[in-house]
Design a protein around this ligand. Sequence first.
Ligand code: AGP
Length: 610
Amino acid sequence: MCGIIGYVGKSEATPILMDGLKRLEYRGYDSAGIAVAGPEGVTIERVEGKLAGLERLLAEKPVHGTTGIGHTRWATHGRPTETNAHPHRSGDIIIVHNGIIENYIELKKFLVGEGFEFTSETDTEVICHLIAYHCRKGDTTFRALARVREELHGSYALVVMNAREQGVLYFAKRGSPLVAGGGEKENLVASDIPALLPYTRDMIFLEDGDYGLIRENGIELYGADGKRIERKPQRIPWNALMAERGGYKHFMQKEIFEQPTVMLDVLAGRIQKDRGAITLEELDFLFDGSKLVFDRVSIIACGTSYHAGLVGKYLIESLARVPASVDLASEFRYREPLIDDRTLIIPISQSGETADTLAAQVMAREHGAKVVAICNVVGSSISRAANASIYTHAGPEIGVASTKAFTAQLAALYLLALYLAEKKGMADRKTMAARIDELLTLPRLMKNVLNCADHIREIAEEISDATHVLFIGRGANYPVALEGALKLKEISYMHAEGFAAGELKHGPIALIDHGVPVVAVAPRDAMRQKVLSNIEEVRARGAAVISVMTEGDAELAERSKYTIEIPEASWCITPILTALPMQLLAYYVADHKGTDVDQPRNLAKSVTVE
Ligand code: AGP
């Protein structure tokens, strides 16, 4: 996610902005910039890449002034380039933004019609032109911002500077975080706590709809209704490292718990509820009228992303009726796969840099395949080598064990399957509306599951001394069983293995002995009864069954030593819900065993070697 900071005070703004941006580096970024109001006006300096490049630029060309804004950009719309870096400017209006503006295309068309010239590929740029537009019509900066808040759809944390106004910054918040605070003769506003810690431990956490301004001697805050409000500052007891983790013990834990919020960003701008349609404009090239330009899908990926691909197969084949295969990227290249110009390759990758996946994708393109990447990093090698990309917008994933990227990939694959089904005329409006309505409940359903964290920690501590842990599932939850085993293996170093539940009797059941934990992923769906039989098989041989089940399933509960409940949901989204207990179980076992949860031994976050 982007990092933003604003400063107004007596001190030189540049070093304060740069220090603040450094303290926000953990949020992940690929370009940076600052704007400082000095005696000669506002100077903007931006770089592609890291803050070190911006520091070198500022060392050559120092920028003086006591009011300024800064930004580290995590690209969502537009590649990580200097032109797309923030701050963005329109006349006297300079802004930095964190979030996704869903209606930027129509706003851009309007503003171009009003004579504004765009220089970047970003959604953010519409905001500075829109504020400038209202100022051009006579509004003050503050009034213009008040209007623009209502005109923007999507999420934003905004800090705005007007070159004609000394010693004041404006801000607005909806959907993306913003905190404010300061000292005697200075005030700041920033994306997160770490940037403000050197100046104050008393911080105001802005809420959606809040907007206002900071000056060196005070903060003015207004609520969604435009009335002046006061928010009581909260005292922050954390040190900087704890603050980076948002108070969580590990980045992985933070990333597990931020998944409901991430899901809002994954779905943002892609669901047309009123039309009952999915918007994936980047994929329109896949259709010639209502006809697909490809006959089959070949998904390639590694590790957790491969497990997402396995779920994707069920979704694409069942909803869009398109044949779909899934390969481990490291195997795909060497099995002489049948690829032609009627093949759609879908590489799935959080990092966008996995060498095995990139190499397989390049080979497929050489054989004429079209490529649509599902990726979390804009401008990454895999996304650049694709015809188009569906970005998962999960924000930077710091923990080596992939969590929020996985559920984001599952949601992206579901959106893709629905998009293909709808464009092929295979899903009527009523069906689409029902599926979209359920998708929009996903963040809340995920929160319900995460509320069981303490119960899952108790189970984790019970099984943390086991020699083996087996995971079983069927249908779209079979890959979730594989993912549960991978999570446990990679961060707790315990042996774990996932199976299709129907495969147990073909060999693996020999592993069952008294007390062996078996995690059964068994939500209420078409496969539940079959999984129930498999649970009986392992129980009869002494297994300690942990059932991940739909809430209220008494029949399953009677047959389980432990139960973890998920809300009732359609099979299309239960993998997103059942993935959460897999992540939490692994996390709490590893935390109990004291392994290095965020940086497990022998592993790298991005495997850029084959
Ligand atoms: C997942 O927890 C692992 N860290 C690993 O399996 C990872 O999913 C795999 O290396 C693929 O990475 P990618 O998604 O960045 O391509």
